[in-house]
Design a protein around this ligand. Structure first.
Ligand code: GAR
Length: 214
């Protein structure tokens, strides 16, 4: 009997260096994740993520609101690039712009984001990258972590798929904490995407139930 091959066309949106994109591509290359990254989209023409995509022969697109004269044209461009590649899952990997509501609506429950803290704490507008780790250290919490969630119309708000805790050490700086959290991101994101690709992520309102893997 032929083995059932599950795969999925993924679009990755990223603004920065692209280490999470790299971790996802590595998981695919190693066969841990049955998916294809068919396009990488960035609002930042000099992002590392676009460079990584180009070096791997993946379509790399710079799409920014400032290139268009209206929101409608901007949204149409994003949607047409996703539709023509039959994108089934959108993965935000350090994407610092809000996904337009029309895109959220067309890809309802099919957009994932990774956040470098334990949501609903330390999320929302302005809470990205090193700002998150600064706020975590200033608050005095002893535990932070990584959250993968489904994207809805509000920043860092949609249903939570996976979380993993990371200890905050007494001598941590935002930078040392960011480095430890990032390592965990690189494990957790490919795993969350795998669960999604294998159909194990079930969304019930604000709650996500992961189907038993046995
Ligand atoms: C990651 O730490 C990711 O969690 C964070 O940006 C970094 C991107 O790194 N995302 C956010 O803060 C979103 N609110 P990368 O470009 O190396 O993947």
């Amino acid at each position: 009997m032929k083995a059932l091959i599950i795969s999925m066309n993924i679009a990755v949106f990223a603004s920065g260096r692209g280490s999470n994109l790299m971790a996802i591509l590595k998981a695919i290359e190693e066969g841990r994740l049955k998916a294809r990254v068919v396009v990488v989209i960035s609002n930042n023409s000099s992002s590392g993520a676009l460079e990584i995509a180009r070096s791997k022969g993946i379509d790399a697109l710079h799409i920014s609101r400032s290139q268009f004269s209206s929101d409608r044209e901007y949204v149409d461009k994003i949607l047409s690039e996703l539709r023509k590649r039959n994108v089934e899952l959108v993965v935000l990997a350090g994407y610092m712009k809000k996904i337009p509501a029309e895109v959220v609506s067309e890809y309802r429950n099919r957009i994932l984001n990774i956040h470098p803290a334990l949501l609903p704490s330390f999320g929302g507008q302005g809470m990205y990258g090193i700002n998150v780790h600064k706020a975590v250290i200033e608050s005095g919490v002893k535990i932070t972590g990584v959250t993968v969630h489904i994207v809805d119309e509000e920043y860092d708000h949609g249903p939570i798929v996976l979380q993993k805790a990371v200890e905050v050490k007494d001598d941590d700086t935002p930078e040392t904490l960011a480095e430890r959290v990032l390592k965990v991101e690189h494990e957790v994101y490919p795993e969350a995407i795998r669960l999604f690709v294998e159909g194990k992520v079930n969304v019930f309102g604000r709650k996500v139930i992961i189907k038993n893997e046995n």
